[in-house]
Design a protein around this ligand. Structure first.
Ligand SMILES: Cc1cc2nc3c(=O)[nH]c(=O)nc-3n(C[C@H](O)[C@H](O)[C@H](O)COP(=O)(O)OP(=O)(O)OC[C@H]3O[C@@H](n4cnc5c(N)ncnc54)[C@H](O)[C@@H]3O)c2cc1C
Length: 124
C-alpha cells in the first residue's frame, strides 16, 4: 500500500481549514498503518533469515504470510477511508489496492490454512 500516496494526501487534502492529517482520527489510522508495515517487515525478514540459514521455516513463513496479507487488508481499508469518496472509485489505485489485498488473503495459501499450519505447530 502506498505510504507515499497517503503522505501526499495527508499533507495536501484540506477540510475545515486544515490538512486532514491534523485530524487525530486520520493520523491514528496512518500511525496504525506504519506499525502494521514495520511488524510485517520484521516477520518477513525473520522467515527469510531462517530460510537463508537452511533452517525449518514453515511456522515463520505461515506467520509472515498471514500477517502480511491481513495487514495489507487492514491498511487498504484505512486507505480507502482516508481517501473518502475518491478511495471508493475504480479510477483510483486505492480501490484496486483494496481488491488486491483481499486476494492476498486467498492466494498462496488462504489465511485459514496459514492459521491451521500455525495451530499445528503449537500442538493444537
Ligand atoms: C488473485 C488470485 C491469484 C491466484 N493465483 C494462483 C496461482 O498462480 N496458482 C494457483 O495454483 N492458484 C492460484 N490461485 C488460487 C488460490 O490458490 C485458491 O483460490 C486458494 O488456494 C483457495 O482455494 P479455493 O479457491 O479452491 O477455495 P476453497 O478451498 O474452496 O476454500 C474456500 C474457503 O474455505 C476455507 N477452507 C478450505 N479448506 C479449509 C480447511 N481445511 N480448513 C480451514 N478452512 C478451509 C478456505 O480458507 C476458504 O476460506 C489464485 C487465487 C486468487 C484469488
Amino acid at each position: 500500500m502506498s505510504v507515499q500516496w497517503n503522505d501526499c494526501l495527508r499533507q495536501a487534502r484540506k477540510q475545515f481549514g486544515q490538512t486532514i492529517g491534523k485530524f487525530e482520527a486520520i493520523s491514528h489510522k496512518i500511525a496504525d498503518m506504519k506499525v502494521q508495515l514495520e511488524a510485517a517487515r520484521l516477520l518477513v525478514y525473520k522467515a527469510a533469515s531462517l530460510l537463508e540459514k537452511k533452517k525449518t521455516v514453515s511456522l515463520d513463513a505461515a506467520m509472515a504470510k498471514l500477517f502480511v496479507s491481513e495487514s495489507l487488508l487492514k491498511t487498504a481499508l484505512h486507505s480507502v477511508q482516508i481517501h473518502g469518496g475518491y478511495g471508493y472509485m475504480v479510477d483510483y489505485d486505492v480501490e484496486r489496492a483494496l481488491r488486491d489485498s483481499v486476494a492476498s488473503t486467498i492466494y498462496s495459501g488462504t489465511s485459514e490454512m496459514q492459521r491451521n499450519i500455525i495451530a499445528r505447530w503449537l500442538g493444537l
